[in-house]
Design a protein around this ligand. Structure first.
Ligand code: FAD
Length: 364
């Protein structure tokens, strides 16, 4: 690791920023191509965002449909593996492929240099010919603005920081957000407190037999259609639609899987609904999603108005030495899933290999 007290930086061909599933999938293909690379991750341990998921979170796909390249995820007795199982798998995966992860290392900025990109971190600098950003979204939770939010004296918690229902026993809780997080947290909370589900529109529930496998097959169908230049199937069944995992099905049997449209504003101790009625609220769990964690790329002036990066097949349009992996459909079909990220990771590694070879050929 560079010595942060000196200005010495370590040179590498590729620096992968982030140490979650997307980084590991990319590392697998770079390693296979014999490319010299490092992984820089700000977490103290392996597992990326999975280390911060709530206790009862399960995958929405079976183990064999949640595998990174090269090594299928070991099966479990449960139909859908737990987040602990995913963390163990990612931890073992790093060891299995001897992936050189430096952690905890927080990347603070990526800047242009003559012959590459300088990756500045809290532990010193790396000088790379290529950077892959795989920092995910967990570090950038999104909470919408509501009038009066600042004066509300109840608790507000984003799903990224929710662990279990214990602290909410017997309370009045709003669960805001109509995706998988909202449905799964509502299912759990509604067993111990008065939970009200607030969604912008009626949530879309996938048929019971549709889980991550089908979502991946549909994303693959769209990807194939696009690569063959033909109109693909309507993008029905995206990651935002609710997969009917067992706890959510159980909540439906209990008749609690009903949502209401948003309130108009907060008061000190609750909310006022659109019809003027006031409701007392102790806590709000914001299951309102995430934005890509890309602050470290700001010095490159590649972020667009949507807070993303314009890419073609994952490669940044404004900085051809930068690739992005794992942030969702905009940088690769189903790339924000364990099984889906393989395609984006392989494509990025192939392009990086071609780029490095071209550098070598052009170097006298
Ligand atoms: P992350 O896992 O977030 O890893 C990024 C890493 O980069 C983290 O360690 C982060 O700390 C680190 N990092 C960030 N910024 C910096 C920096 N500046 N410097 C250094 N390191 C940094 N996916 C599935 O495949 N199957 C599922 O069943 C599934 N269920 C889900 C259920 C829910 C409720 C949610 C919210 C997500 C689910 N996902 C599922 C999606 C999956 O959890 C994420 O897409 C996945 O964690 C993304 O992996 P990643 O490696 O891209 O990002």
């Amino acid at each position: 690791m560079p010595d942060s007290s000196t200005s010495a930086s370590i040179s590498t061909d590729v620096a992968i920023i982030g140490g979650g599933q997307s980084a590991l999938a990319t590392a697998y293909f770079l390693r296979r191509a014999g490319i010299n690379y490092v992984v820089l991750d700000d977490q103290p341990a392996a597992g990326g965002a999975w280390q911060h998921a709530w206790d009862s979170l399960h995958l929405f796909s079976p183990a064999q449909w949640s595998s990174l390249p090269g090594w299928p995820m070991p099966g479990t007795s449960a139909q859908y593996p737990t987040q602990d199982h995913v963390i163990r798998y990612l931890t073992e995966y790093e060891k299995r492929y001897e992936i050189p992860v430096h952690r905890p290392v927080e990347v603070t900025a990526v800047t242009r240099r003559e012959a590459g990109l300088l990756v500045s971190t809290d532990k010193g600098e790396w000088h790379a010919k290529v950077v892959v950003s795989a920092t995910g979204t967990w570090g950038h939770p999104y909470i919408p603005d509501y009038p009066g939010q600042g004066s509300f004296e109840g608790e507000q918690l984003h799903s990224a920081h929710y662990r279990n229902p214990d602290a909410f026993q017997g309370k009045d809780v709003l669960v805001v957000g109509g995706g998988n997080s909202g449905a799964q947290i509502l299912a759990e909370l509604s067993q111990v407190c008065h939970a009200t589900w607030v969604t912008l529109e009626e949530p879309t529930f996938l048929p019971d037999e549709v889980d991550g496998r089908v979502l991946f097959e549909r994303a693959t169908e769209r990807w194939k259609a696009r690569s063959e230049g033909r109109p693909g199937p309507a993008p029905t069944g995206g990651l935002g639609d609710v997969v009917m995992v067992p706890p959510v099905r159980e909540a439906r049997e209990r008749g609690v899987l009903r949502s209401v449209r948003p309130f108009s504003h907060f008061t000190v101790d609750g909310v006022v609904w659109k019809d003027g009625a006031h409701a007392h609220v102790d806590a709000v769990i914001w299951c309102t999603g995430f934005r890509p964690a890309l602050e470290h790329l700001r010095p490159l002036h590649v972020l667009n108005d949507a807070g993303r990066v314009d890419v073609v097949d994952g490669r940044a349009v404004l900085e051809p030495r930068l690739w992005l992996v794992g942030y969702g459909e905009w940088c690769g079909f189903a790339s924000a899933t364990l099984i889906g990220v393989m395609r984006s990771a392989r494509l990025a590694a192939t392009q990086i290999n071609q780029y490095l070879n071209s550098l070598e050929e052009s170097t006298p």
